[in-house]
Ligand binder design. Structure first.
Ligand code: ASP
Length: 597
C-alpha cells in the first residue's frame, strides 16, 4: 500500500512520484491549502493539498481529522524556503498530493496523543492509542532491538533457544503460583511457571549444554513499579561451567544489549561485591553505587560509651552504624517524618531516627549531650561531618541496622535528587549470597535463591554441622543502579546433595517423591555440572528506555491490581465453565479430606 515509509524521503528524492499511507498526525488549513503531517511507525512526512494542483483532492482533504487513516499519492517537492522543519528528517520536503484515499475515519480520541497523560487508567483502557505516541513507540522499538541483540549474542555463543511448558507444576521460586484447573484431569491443577528452572536443568541432563529462552514467568505477588504478575526473563543455562563462565557470558550479553539499545559501551568487566559487603556498606543486596553515603560502623568510636542504648546494643553483639547525608542538614520536617516512617517500616524499633546535624558551626542532636568529647571527635572524623551535614544513626542487630540504613540512604538520595539527571550505568555483581535464611513468620529455613542452588564448596563443613546461617551459595546477582537485573547460580547436580538440601528445607522424603521425583531421578543418570542465570528483560528494557516503571515497556501490562483495563481481565467465569473444571467439587473434597472448615 505504500512506496515509502513516512521517515524516508529526502531532498535527493525530489520529483519522485510516491505513495504513503498512515495516520493524520495533524491537519492545518492555511487559507484553503490543507497541510497534514502523515505518520506511520517510522516517522512523519508533510503532505500538501493545493486546490490549484488537484482541486478534487484538495476538496476532500478539508474533511481530514486527526488519526484518520489515509493514503496519499503525490510528488516529492522542496518545501518553500523558510518553512523547512529541522526537527524531523523529512523536514526539507513535502508531498504535493495528487490523490487521496480516506481509508478509515477516526472518531474523536479520548485523549490527545501529543500530550503526556497523567491518568494511567485512561492510557491503559485505550492502550492501543497510548502505544501510538512517540515515547511508547520508541520504548517498544527499543525493547525489540535489545531482545534481538540478546538472541543474536546467545545464538552466536552456541546457545539453543528452547521453549518449556507454560502448563506445569508449582515451582519453588518463592512466590505464589497462578493455578489452572485441568478439565481432562478432574481435581488436578497446573501451575504457571514462576521460572523454567527445573526444565532448564533437565535440558542440561538431556545433553543440550547451552539453553536459553525468552521466557514468560508468572508470579502471583503484590505489584510494584518494577513488578508484573507476568514478566519476561532471558533465561539461560549451561553445562560444564562455573561461576566465572556465567559472569563473563552475561557481561557480554548485557554489553551487546546496551550497545544495540543505546549505542553505549558498557565496561567489559563489572565490579564485584560480596553479599556481606553490599549489606554492610549499602544496606541492600542491590546497591545503587551512583552516590556514596556509605554505611559506616561506629563500633570503635563508641567502644567505651556509657550512653545506655549504644552500650547495651554493643554488649549484646549488635552494632552502631550511621550514614552521613552531606549538605542535607536543611531537611524539612515533612521529609524527616517520611524518613522516620520508612525506617519504622524497615524495622526501626523506636519512633524516630537518631541524628546529629551540623548547622552554623554547631552540632545539633538530642543525643549530643550523651557523648564524650572523644566520642564526638571520633564521630566527626570517622564520618567526615562538615557544616551542613546530617548524620543518621541506628543501633541494633547487624542485618536489621543494614536494612534500615539502606532504606534511609536510598530515600535521602531521592529527596536530595542525587540521581535525578544521572546518565551513569553502574553495573556490578553481588556474589557469595547466603544459601539459606530463616523465614520470618515460620522460622523455617528457606532457600535464599532456590533449592537447586549449590552450596559454596568452602562451606560444606558448615552445612554438615548445621550452621546453616553461615553457608554461602555459589549464587550471583547482576545489579544496575539499585535494580536487580538478574540472578543465578551454579546448581546442585548430585542426587544425594539435592535430597539433603530438600531435607534442610523441610521437604520430607515423601514430599520429595511427589514434587521433585523427576529432578531427583534425572540426577541419577549422569547429570553434568551446570549453572545459569535469568535476566529480567522488562527491567532492562525499562532502564534502557530511561523509564521508572516496567509498565512503560510492556505492550499490554496489568495495573497494580493485576488488571488489564483494556481487555477487562481478569473476568468473571460462568457456572458452566466452572463446573467443567470441577473447581467447587475439588474444593469440597479437599475440605472434607483435610477436616479444615
Ligand atoms: N530461576 C531463577 C530465577 O527466576 C534464575 C536462575 O537461577 O537461573 O530467579
Amino acid at each position: 500500500m505504500r512506496s515509502h515509509h513516512c521517515s524516508e524521503l529526502r531532498e535527493s528524492d525530489l520529483g519522485k512520484s510516491v505513495k504513503l499511507i498512515g495516520w493524520v498526525n495533524s491537519a492545518r488549513d492555511h487559507g484553503g491549502v490543507i497541510f497534514i503531517d502523515l505518520r506511520d511507525r517510522e516517522g512523519l512526512t508533510q503532505c500538501v493539498f493545493r486546490p490549484e494542483e488537484s482541486p478534487g483532492v484538495a476538496e476532500i482533504s478539508h474533511s481530514l481529522r486527526e488519526e484518520d487513516v489515509v493514503q496519499v499519492t503525490g510528488v516529492v517537492s522542496k518545501r518553500l524556503s523558510g518553512s523547512e522543519n529541522g526537527k524531523i528528517p523529512t523536514g526539507a520536503i513535502e508531498i504535493v498530493a495528487k490523490e487521496l484515499t480516506i481509508v478509515n475515519k477516526a472518531d474523536v480520541l479520548p485523549f490527545q496523543l501529543d500530550k503526556e497523560l497523567s491518568n494511567e487508567d485512561i492510557r491503559m483502557k485505550y492502550r492501543y492509542l497510548d502505544l501510538r505516541r512517540p515515547r511508547m513507540n520508541k520504548n517498544i522499538r527499543q525493547r525489540s532491538v535489545i531482545t534481538s541483540a540478546a538472541r543474536r549474542y546467545l545464538d552466536d555463543s552456541g546457545f539453543f533457544e528452547i521453549e518449556t511448558p507454560i502448563l506445569s507444576n508449582p515451582t519453588p521460586e518463592g512466590a505464589r503460583d497462578f493455578l489452572v484447573p485441568s478439565r481432562l484431569n478432574p481435581g488436578k491443577y497446573y501451575a504457571l511457571p514462576q521460572a523454567p528452572q527445573q526444565y532448564k536443568q533437565l535440558l542440561m541432563v538431556a545433553g543440550i549444554e547451552k539453553y536459553y529462552q525468552i521466557a514468560r514467568c508468572f508470579r502471583d505477588e503484590d505489584l510494584r513499579a518494577d513488578r508484573q504478575p507476568e514478566f519476561t526473563q532471558i533465561d539461560l543455562e549451561a553445562s560444564f561451567v562455573g561461576q566465572e563462565d556465567i559472569i563473563s557470558l552475561v557481561q557480554g550479553l548485557l554489553g551487546s544489549m546496551f550497545k544495540a539499545g543505546l549505542g553505549i559501551d558498557l565496561p567489559k568487566e563489572f565490579p564485584r561485591m560480596t553479599y556481606r559487603e553490599a549489606m554492610d556498606v549499602y544496606g541492600s543486596d542491590k546497591p545503587d553505587t551512583r552516590y556514596g553515603m556509605e554505611i559506616t560502623d561506629l563500633g570503635e568510636v563508641f567502644s567505651g560509651t556509657e550512653f545506655k542504648i549504644f552500650r547495651s546494643t554493643l554488649d549484646g553483639g549488635g552494632v552502631v552504624r550511621a550514614i552521613n547525608a552531606k549538605s542535607f542538614a536543611g531537611i524539612t520536617t515533612g521529609q524527616m517524618n517520611r524518613l522516620n516512617e520508612l525506617a519504622i517500616q524497615a524495622g526501626l524499633p523506636v519512633k524516630t531516627l537518631a541524628f546529629v546535624k551540623c548547622e552554623d558551626g554547631e552540632f545539633k542532636s538530642p543525643l549530643w549531650k550523651f557523648f564524650t568529647d572523644e566520642e564526638k571527635a571520633g564521630l566527626v572524623s570517622t564520618l567526615n561531618v562538615e557544616e551542613g551535614d546530617i548524620v543518621f544513626f541506628v543501633a541494633g542487630q547487624r542485618e536489621s541496622v543494614s536494612t534500615i540504613l539502606g532504606r534511609v540512604r536510598v530515600e535521602v538520595a531521592v529527596m536530595m535528587e542525587l540521581v535525578k539527571d544521572s546518565t551513569a550505568f553502574n553495573l556490578l555483581w553481588v556474589v557469595d549470597f547466603p544459601l539459606l535464611a530463616r523465614d520470618e513468620d515460620s522460622g523455617d529455613w528457606v532457600a535464599v535463591h532456590h533449592p537447586f542452588t549449590r552450596p559454596h564448596p568452602e562451606d560444606s563443613e558448615l552445612l554438615e554441622k548445621g550452621d546453616y546461617a553461615n553457608v554461602r551459595a555459589v549464587a550471583y546477582d547482576v545489579v544496575l543502579n539499585g535494580y536487580e537485573l538478574g540472578g543465578g547460580s551454579i546448581r546442585i547436580h548430585e542426587k544425594d546433595l539435592q535430597a539433603r538440601m530438600f531435607e534442610v528445607l523441610g521437604v520430607t522424603p515423601e514430599e520429595q517423591q511427589i514434587k521433585f521425583a523427576h529432578i531427583l531421578d534425572a540426577f541419577r543418570f549422569g547429570a553434568p555440572p551446570h549453572g545459569g542465570l535469568a535476566l529480567g528483560l522488562d527491567r532492562i528494557a525499562m532502564l534502557v528506555a530511561g523509564e521508572d516503571s516496567i509498565r512503560e515497556v510492556i505492550a499490554f501490562p496489568k495495573n497494580n491490581k493485576g488488571s488489564d483495563l483494556m481487555a477487562q481481565s481478569p473476568c468473571e467465569i460462568g457456572i458452566k465453565e466452572l463446573r467443567e473444571v470441577y473447581v467447587q467439587s475439588t474444593f469440597k473434597k479437599k475440605v472434607e479430606e483435610s477436616g479444615v472448615s
